[in-house]
Design a protein around this ligand. Structure first.
Ligand code: FRU
Length: 499
């Protein structure tokens, strides 16, 4: 692995480097693990989704971006847009760390549409010469030509009752106030969420207090990337706590992204959850998700997650000089008190020709007699909750990425230990979920280096990165009385070098 000096990690994008970035893009665009329909880093490293919003009749999304290589260096914001949440276009850099307040990175945040501007709220990660970190909550305005102007002064300076870890502003408007929800760590090193409020967007922000979550004192040692959305008459609270250990089949990743549904009282700053918090995703790779709330899609929020996690490495692409993609956008709703996560409704546009079809058939080790499509959609209906097994990117003697449903014990298991390229094995090579009501359906999105599995029309989602080699190309399927269809997937996200 390439070693990066501190200085190299602290590079800020400059005009003179554009030829270098084009060269980097040229080389990584030939990688076998580039995806067809996921937002992936243009060069270097991508982490959290930021500023997800709908502005001037387009969806806008930004991601945390270090342009020069597969390391967590100086964070910029990279901008992508979409008309339908399926087709995405690279628009170039939106924010770079070039002021006193963000001298060591433009960290994560959200966006707010007002008048003719999309306002970007982010954390300026300031560091002093001696390494002391001072987080500032900043604002910038983007006009319809995508020109971004930073406001000179921070909206919020760090609060003295919390450590240097106060960041990732989520802005929302409720009861004639602007609210900002931040992740924070208190002086006892406990993870908290704190709220600020103001009557005006760009001035007058005052500390409102800690968000009190009934039944919880704190969350691990730090909370990152909080998000809150109203869905119908309920509220959805999402956040990424750090410092949890595995609990049986749950919380097995390095860090988790959790949610609760419940009620929010902004007078008392109290969130009353309907039940215990749960992981948003039960696969290997998911963190720092963010929602764009949109009135047009009634009673839903649209979610984007980082298809990765802090402290993970992905040697296969790291060695090629890049890392990171975002998950498919999901539509969230709350049905009968439960969170339901479905792929964005426009996903049908991804479907190309059908390459396999079995209608209520018994499939016994069918392998399609050939190569598994590297980008495809697999839909399985299992009306009687029979046992199922699927193997993607397998070899004659190896199972590749295996998905198994055990009908007796009602466990759905995914296992990636048989793939040649491994990553982050210290967190285990399998994940499983108990399906109390059996397995009725799977909708699976495979895209060169990723697999997302939607279970039972939105009951669970399992997202996993995989890096199959060319000799891992077989598919095997087994199931009794199931309906299974496989479509090739189209290319809907351009891999273009726009800086
Ligand atoms: C989460 C996070 C955020 C921070 C950003 C920096 O992955 O650590 O808390 O703002 O990434 O890139």
């Amino acid at each position: 692995m390439e070693q990066w000096t501190k200085q190299e990690k602290q590079q800020v994008l400059k005009e003179a480097d554009l030829p270098r970035l084009h060269k980097l893009h040229d080389s990584i665009s030939k990688s076998k693990w580039r995806t067809q329909y996921h937002i992936q880093t243009v060069t270097g490293l991508l982490n959290d989704p930021n500023g997800f919003s709908y502005f001037k009749k387009k969806w806008h999304l930004f991601y945390q971006w270090f342009p020069y290589g597969a390391v967590h260096g100086m964070k910029h914001w990279y901008h992508v847009t979409s008309d339908d949440l399926v087709t995405w276009k690279n628009e170039g850099m939106a924010l770079k760390p070039d002021t006193y307040f963000d001298n060591k990175g433009c960290y994560s945040g959200s966006a707010f549409v007002k008048d003719d501007y999309l306002y970007l709220l982010y954390t300026g990660n300031h560091k002093e010469e001696d390494g002391t970190r001072i987080p500032y909550q900043m604002i910038a305005a983007m006009n319809e030509k995508y020109k971004v102007t930073k406001m000179k002064r921070p909206l919020i300076e760090p609060h003295p009752d919390y450590t240097e870890h106060q960041r990732d502003p989520k802005i929302f408007y409720k009861d004639n106030w602007y609210w900002m929800l931040l992740g924070a760590q208190d002086k006892n090193l406990h993870g908290k969420m704190i709220l600020y409020k103001s009557k005006q967007l760009a001035i007058g922000w005052k500390f409102a207090g800690e968000l009190k979550v009934k039944g919880y004192e704190s969350f691990g040692y730090m909370v990152e990337c909080p998000d809150i959305e109203q869905i119908g008459d309920k509220w959805l609270l999402l956040f990424s706590p750090q410092g949890y250990g595995a609990k049986g089949d749950e919380f097995r990743n390095a860090y988790q992204n959790v949610y609760m549904t419940g009620d929010l009282d902004l007078n008392t700053l109290t969130f009353t959850p309907d039940g215990p918090h749960k992981e948003l995703d039960r696969g290997f790779d998911f963190y720092a998700a963010q929602c764009a709330f949109q009135q047009e899609y009634k009673n839903t929020a649209i979610l984007e997650g980082w298809f990765g996690c802090s402290d993970y490495s992905y040697p296969a692409t790291d060695e090629e000089g890049y890392q990171g993609l975002l998950t498919l956008p999901r539509e969230l709703s709350i049905e009968n008190g439960k969170l339901v996560q479905k792929p964005i409704r426009t996903y049908e546009k991804l479907k190309d020709e059908v390459v396999f079809e079995a209608v209520r058939g018994n499939i016994n080790k069918d392998s399609m007699h050939g190569r598994m499509p590297e980008a495809c959609i697999v839909a399985l209906e299992n009306p009687d909750s029979n046992a199922v097994s699927l193997e993607f990117f397998a070899k004659t003697m190896e199972r590749g990425f295996a998905i198994d449903y055990d009908a007796n014990r009602k466990y759905l298991t995914i296992d990636r230990k048989d793939l040649e390229n491994q990553c982050n094995t210290e967190y285990g090579t399998d994940r499983r979920v108990k399906l109390e009501n059996g397995l009725r359906s799977l909708l699976i999105f495979v895209d060169h280096s990723s697999v997302e599995i939607f279970v039972n029309h939105g009951e669970y989602v399992l997202s996993s990165r995989i890096f199959p080699n060319p000799d891992e190309h077989m598919i095997r399927m087994r199931g009794k009385d199931i309906t299974l269809t496989i479509w090739k997937a189209k290319q809907t996200v351009e891999d273009s070098a726009v800086f």
